[in-house]
Ligand binder design. Structure first.
Ligand SMILES: NC(=O)C1=CN([C@@H]2O[C@H](COP(=O)(O)OP(=O)(O)OC[C@H]3O[C@@H](n4cnc5c(N)ncnc54)[C@H](OP(=O)(O)O)[C@@H]3O)[C@@H](O)[C@H]2O)C=CC1
Ligand SMILES: CCCCCCCCCCCCCCCC(=O)OCC(=O)COP(=O)(O)O
Length: 326
């Protein structure tokens, strides 16, 4: 009898629980999933509208990440201005994109501009040419850059300056030349491709890491100063990407490194990172890290326990020196 009452109480309790599940928890879960799906749909629609027909200027469009960004933004319907040092390679890319034009429903033929970022005069006149021919710039993607391999003791100042001119002074000169027209329109978006090495410095990359740290600092200041004009700034900090960056890197004596590093080969594909750039721009993110667990942990370790971080880096320097000497 007692067990019968207990079991019927248990059944009533179970029934109430089921009622609660069906009347409250299930609708709540379904509602949340629905709201999330609606949020994602609206986000995608807003992003599509933002990128469609937008004038997007990309530096370093002749290879690697820049070329993949060109393909991604072209597929999103943007009106491209492709910048590089090599006119022939820029034209090859225009051909490649035009062949895809019908498929991608992009009616805009990309405009090309040839200039060297390490020449400030050329940079300024390139910006003038763009504004004259295209009218305005909606999104500027400062992507071009070079890397470096060498020890500080062996490296001449000319090499430090070359890396700084290309990775820092060039992009800031180009940005400064295009900013006034953005301010006038109270509209614009500046993007810069920095690196994990804009947040942490690893041995034998002094010039490169310094140029990327300077880049991070400059564009963080710019973001704050441009808020009043409604101009957005996005800093993208990738880890290793499968491009020719290491092959094209400059060494201590100014010569080309010419080696595709193992870390580079094992990196993300440029197409994958370009998609992250597209989404970050479309969602107007202020900054994005595109790296695996270890580099991301290293970024936090640098802030939370600098001593430990410096110990790791010193040991890395010792190992690399030993490997080079043997
Ligand atoms: N690959 C990687 O592991 C990582 C790359 N990055 C960053 O991504 C960006 C793109 O590099 P990535 O695609 O990897 O490398 P690539 O070497 O493939 O591309 C670099 C691009 O920059 C251009 N460039 C170099 N110097 C100049 C110059 N003086 N004036 C104008 N353009 C120049 C190159 O043009 P040209 O063809 O004429 O040489 C090329 O188009 C760089 O800023 C790099 O620091 C960040 C993190 C990781
Ligand atoms: C709590 C445990 C934390 C462990 C952290 C240990 C330290 C690990 C070191 C990781 C270093 C990552 C370096 C990543 C560098 C990078 O991704 O650079 C991207 C580039 O720009 C590549 O350019 P490069 O010319 O160097 O090929």
């Amino acid at each position: 009898m007692v067990t019968g009452i207990a079991s019927s109480r248990k059944n009533i309790h179970r029934g109430k629980l089921m009622d609660l599940t069906f009347t409250a928890i299930v609708p709540l879960l379904l509602g949340s999933v629905g709201l999330f799906a609606l949020f994602r749909l609206l986000q995608r629609m807003r992003m599509r509208a933002y990128l469609q027909d937008a004038v997007v200027v990309i530096t370093g469009a002749t290879s690697g990440l820049g070329k993949e960004c060109a393909k991604a933004f072209h597929a999103a319907g943007s009106r491209l201005v492709l910048c590089g040092r090599n006119g022939e390679r820029l034209q090859d890319l225009v051909q490649e994109l035009s062949a895809k034009a019908n498929h991608a429903k992009n009616i805009h033929k990309p405009f090309t501009v040839i200039f060297d970022l390490s020449d400030t005069k050329m940079v300024v006149s390139a910006a003038e040419e763009i504004l004259k021919c295209v009218g305005h710039v909606d999104i500027l993607i400062n992507n071009a850059g070079i890397s470096y391999r060498g020890s500080i003791l062996d490296t001449g100042m000319d090499v430090d300056k070359k890396v700084m001119e290309t990775n820092y002074f060039g992009p800031i000169a180009f940005t400064k030349a295009l900013l006034p027209s953005m301010i006038k329109r109270q509209q614009g978006h500046i993007v810069v491709i920095s690196s994990i090495q804009g947040k942490i410095s690893i041995p034998f990359r002094s010039a490169y890491a310094a140029s990327k740290h300077a880049t991070q600092a400059f564009f963080d200041c710019l973001r704050a100063e441009m808020e009043q004009y409604e101009i957005d700034v996005t800093v993208v900090s990738p880890g290793y990407i499968q491009t020719n960056l290491s092959v094209n890197a400059v060494t201590a004596d100014g010569s080309r490194y010419g080696v595709m590093d193992k870390n580079t080969i094992e990196g993300r594909t440029a197409a994958e990172v370009a998609q992250v750039v597209l989404n970050a721009v479309g969602q107007k993110k202020k900054e994005v890290l595109v790296a695996g667990l270890l580099p991301s942990l290293a970024v936090y370790l640098r802030t939370l326990s600098p001593r430990l971080f410096f110990t790791f880096m010193a040991s890395r320097a010792r190992k690399e020196r030993k490997a080079k000497d043997s």
